[in-house]
Design a binder for this molecule. Structure first.
Ligand code: ATP
Ligand code: MG
Ligand code: MG
Length: 557
């Protein structure tokens, strides 16, 4: 809540200390939300919640029929809920098409709008050319049409009597203003490629963002309309339209966007990665769309913690993905149980262990409320290939012939006596060991018993080699890290997982809000390997795990 108690957002409330607070979150249903959107969600919903109000979710600006798809509507709502927020109402700009149309007619009657037939280049000229600096600004003759003519022409637009892009409704604002967002912006257009609108197939003309946004905010009684700073200049036009039409006036204020470095988030770029099969899909765990972040197993609480940590100002925030991961790691450290997972198993047979030993192992070394689970220490255990060396050296403390090593939580250290090797592959296939009860081992390695769960573990690293993939020579496609994913098909996971799964999601993940449970909410720390969650590719026969983050920041680019 820190971001609402002081700083920018506290000042926004002081400017208009009304209750109940009503905010809105207005995504365009033309793509999947990304981590940047999570900031807007946390602010829009959080601000209202903090002040005891509510948030309407406009599935907004569904005024571009060519770009939208039902799947985006569905996922936007799911993701908002996943982040722990519930819209008080879900509304669509298109619900208001008739009302907006009538207000546009009102605006014409007030002398505040005219139907214009100018081309793009003519409009540019009227606005003073490039950057408004090449010549004087002026209005076209259409601005002088009488009200009757404008009303008739607007009706003709509505009735489909004009070809696409041959007529549009323009607001009569203030071309003398220093603000380009006041230079007679478009209010209605006839789009070129008309695919019927999902919710309003009968409409042929569509209101623009500048016409729709402020009015829909007004209809819904939004008290504080919080958006990103690209809209600062639009604020004047936002206020102008509501005032001119004499409708309720929400207050728009702008905060800085969250930009992630070390990855890309633009829809066009992500689409290329998906289309070229560089990633598995829009929810590939290496991406930073919220569906990808969710699939990877990052808890919603960690995202909210991250946004709180960054704070909210009017400045744009540039953050490296590794910094986000640092927050995720810290968050997981205190919220998930621990288990042993062996990525690349090699069997070790302890020849002097007559009977299996039953062990009781805590899920957390620090927090006893996590409880414990039983684990059998069997005659054959599996360790990771990387924890064994055929030839000893002075600075090596893991398993190697003649040297004792500790097995985590096991009753005694072991010492390797011999090993077998596959001559064609050169890989060690099995190790013989004996107990070494008096040894004081310098290192402890993980292991799992016989009959552990065979799983597929996917280890992710950064999808890009550089910190600024977009700036790479030849574009981000030239900057793909060939080692961004390693799959271990025969990993072994200790059976304590069954209890972890049964109890998931573990407490404290979202604070006082309960996380919607799904495969990704089954998380654990694999001791010495990283944090993992269950992937949606899992079936009854095969468990697939994603590594959420490593235990420590590695520069594994
Ligand atoms: P994109 O082009 O990345 O999809 P957008 O600006 O088109 O972003 P919308 O879908 O219109 O995004 O976004 C809904 C809300 O989310 C808007 O209020 C917008 O300001 C906010 N938003 C979008 N991107 C970010 C970001 N990177 N950081 C913070 N807020 C964002
Ligand atoms: Mg947009
Ligand atoms: Mg968008």
């Amino acid at each position: 809540d820190a971001i609402f108690k002081q700083g920018f957002l506290a000042e926004v409330f002081e400017e208009r200390p009304v209750k109940p607070v009503v905010t809105r979150f207005p995504p365009e249903p033309n793509g999947y939300l990304h981590l940047g959107h999570a900031k807007a969600i946390a602010i829009d919903f959080g601000f209202a919640r903090f002040h005891g109000g509510e948030t309407v979710s406009h599935l907004f600006d569904d005024t571009n029929p060519d770009e939208e798809a039902e799947i985006y509507f569905t996922w936007i709502v799911k993701i908002i809920k996943w982040l722990g927020f519930t819209p008080s109402e879900i509304t669509y700009s298109s619900d208001n098409f008739q009302r907006l149309y009538e207000l546009a007619q009102d605006l014409i009657r007030k002398g505040g709008a005219y139907v214009c037939h100018c081309s793009e280049s003519e409009i540019k000229l009227q606005r003073g050319g490039k950057d408004g600096k090449e010549g004087p600004r002026f209005r076209c003759t259409h601005a002088d049409q009488d009200i009757r003519t404008n009303l008739d022409k607007f009706k003709d637009m509505h009735d489909g009597k004009y070809e696409p892009q041959t007529a549009f409704l323009r607001m009569k604002q203030d071309i003398e203003s220093g603000n380009p967002q006041m230079w007679d912006l478009a209010a209605y257009r006839i789009p070129k490629h008309q695919k019927p609108h999902l919710r309003a197939p009968e409409w042929k003309i569509f209101p623009t963002y500048d016409f729709t946004h402020c009015l829909c905010d007004s209809f819904e009684g939004i008290t504080h309309s919080l958006c990103t700073t690209e809209f600062i200049l639009s604020r004047e036009s936002y206020e102008w339209l509501n005032k001119t039409l004499g409708v309720y006036e929400p207050m728009q204020r702008e905060f800085g966007r969250l930009n992630l470095e070390g990855t890309i988030m633009s829809k066009r770029g992500l689409k290329q990665l998906v289309d070229k099969n560089i990633v598995r899909g829009w929810d590939d765990p290496r991406l930073y769309t919220l569906i990808a972040i969710k699939r990877r197993g990052i808890p919603p609480g960690a995202i909210l913690a991250f946004i709180n940590e960054l704070g909210v100002t009017t400045n744009r925030t540039f953050i490296q993905t590794v910094r986000f991961e640092q927050t995720v790691r810290r968050f997981l450290e205190r919220t998930v149980p621990r288990l042993m997972l062996i990525l690349d198993p090699v069997p070790v047979t302890i020849s002097d262990l007559a009977e299996p030993v039953n062990l009781e192992i805590p899920f957390s070394p620090k927090d006893s409320t996590f409880g414990s689970h039983s684990l059998e220490f069997t005659k054959t255990v599996y360790i990771d290939r990387s924890d064994f060396r055929e030839v000893d050296s002075k600075d090596y403390f893991r398993l190697t012939p003649g040297k004792a090593v500790g097995l985590l939580n096991a009753p005694f250290p072991i010492k390797a006596v011999s090993y077998a090797k596959d001559e064609t592959t050169g890989l060690v296939t099995g190790i013989q060991a004996v107990s070494d009860r008096d040894a004081k081992p310098k290192a402890y390695i993980s292991w799992v018993p016989e009959n552990s769960l065979k799983v597929e573990a996917r280890i992710y690293r950064s999808l890009f080699k550089s910190d600024d993939p977009s700036a790479a020579q030849g574009g981000f496609l030239n900057d793909i890290n060939p080692d961004s994913e390693t799959v271990y098909h025969n990993a072994l996971l200790e059976s304590g997982f069954n209890e972890v799964k049964h109890r998931a999601p573990w407490p404290a993940v979202l604070g006082d809000v309960e996380e919607v449970s799904g495969p990704e909410s089954i998380r654990f720390q694999a001791i010495r390997v990283g944090y993992f969650a269950v992937d949606t590719d899992s079936t009854d026969e095969k468990l697939v795990l994603n590594r959420i983050v490593s235990l420590k920041e590695d520069s594994g680019k």
